[in-house]
Design a protein around this ligand. Structure first.
Ligand code: 8YV
Length: 320
């Protein structure tokens, strides 16, 4: 059985696939593939290890309906038409758990960096602007003992909450589609309604999938309800916040600051006003980007394809 690996991954994962008896066709490149090239490559294989967030729409699924399995290297799957894959009987897997801690670390980094205007102040050094500008110049805001509101207390949200409690003694509140009793106990979190989450959070962090319900969930009305001293964090998907509303809310000082690892669109355009704000920190979607975590993700994806090769169910199947 043949597997197509669509982008460069750790060599040891390629070796693992070959040791398991799969014939690997490998696009050993860091360049994102065009859909037409990806389809052409997949027509020659039985399995796809889809590296990164290359979209797999209904046209891809129809063009590659012969595939016996698709393994993603992401926990999010909004870029994949799962219904179309299921229609053609193609099982799809994602990579939960292995990236939860690293992505939570990224939310923690953004919370701390934003609260201290760290990216802006560091940027001044490079520009030769490190001067004594006064006792009260561009002050940050404390997070010790404050309230962290989690929108989506799943694996990543719960890990971030655990860290915030341990490191800064933060009080945890959360809003979910349904209560998460296990996580409530683990991080001593209090379930609140969405409006209460907006009104009570000193830091509000997004940790949900992008769905039709969560798309643009955080708009101007939401930001107006948040504290003027609050910080908005998003390491999930850029389309969960309405970006032009976020810009306006910051310009109108309706919230204090924002820390984003995801934006809308991605890449963020260089002239985006957010990049000029001292109280905003933006990262280029690096939530899971450590060697250890990306190796674990690629390994998990490979193991899911090996399961299909062996006639077994994908351990992390999300559509079958
Ligand atoms: C991926 C992501 O980890 O896991 C996700 O859903 O958002 C991404 O950070 C990255 O695109 C590597 O595939």
């Amino acid at each position: 059985m043949k597997v197509f690996v669509s982008r460069r991954i750790p060599e040891k994962v390629i070796g693992f696939l070959e040791e398991q008896g799969l014939e690997v066709i490998y696009n050993n490149s860091d360049q994102k593939m065009q859909q037409s090239d990806l389809i052409a490559a997949c027509k020659k294989t039985d399995l796809l290890l889809n590296v990164g967030s290359v979209g797999l729409n209904a046209y891809f699924m129809e063009s590659c309906k012969h595939l016996k399995g698709i393994a993603l290297t992401s926990v999010g799957y909004d870029h994949v038409d799962l219904k179309a894959a299921a229609h053609y009987g193609i099982p799809v897997s994602n990579t939960p758990d292995v990236l939860s801690k690293t992505t939570a670390d990224t939310a923690f980094l953004l919370m701390l960096a934003t609260s201290r205007k760290a990216f802006f102040r560091a940027g001044q050094i490079e520009k030769g602007e490190w001067k004594d500008k006064g006792f009260l110049y561009e002050l940050g805001t404390e997070i010790n003992g404050k309230t962290l509101g989690i929108f989506g207390l799943g694996r990543i949200g719960a890990e971030f909450a655990r860290m915030a409690r341990a490191a800064f003694g933060m009080h945890i509140i959360y809003n979910n589609r349904s209560r998460n009793a296990k996580a409530e106990k683990l991080v001593d979190a209090r379930y609140v309604g969405f409006d209460e989450l907006l009104e009570e959070s000193d830091v509000l962090s997004v940790h949900t999938n992008l769905t039709s319900e969560t798309q643009y969930r955080f708009n101007r009305d939401c930001f107006r309800k948040m504290k003027k001293t609050s910080i908005f964090i998003n390491t999930a998907r850029g389309k969960i916040h309405h970006e032009s509303d976020l810009i306006t809310a910051l310009e109108e000082r309706e919230i204090w600051g924002a820390g984003l690892d995801v934006t809308d669109p991605e890449p963020m355009l260089p002239d985006n006003p957010l990049l000029q704000m001292s109280n905003v920190c933006v990262l280029p979607h690096i939530g899971s980007a450590t060697l250890e975590t990306r190796t674990a993700m690629a390994t998990m994806a490979a193991k899911n394809l090996v399961a299909v090769f062996k006639g077994e169910k994908m351990p992390q199947a999300i559509n079958s």
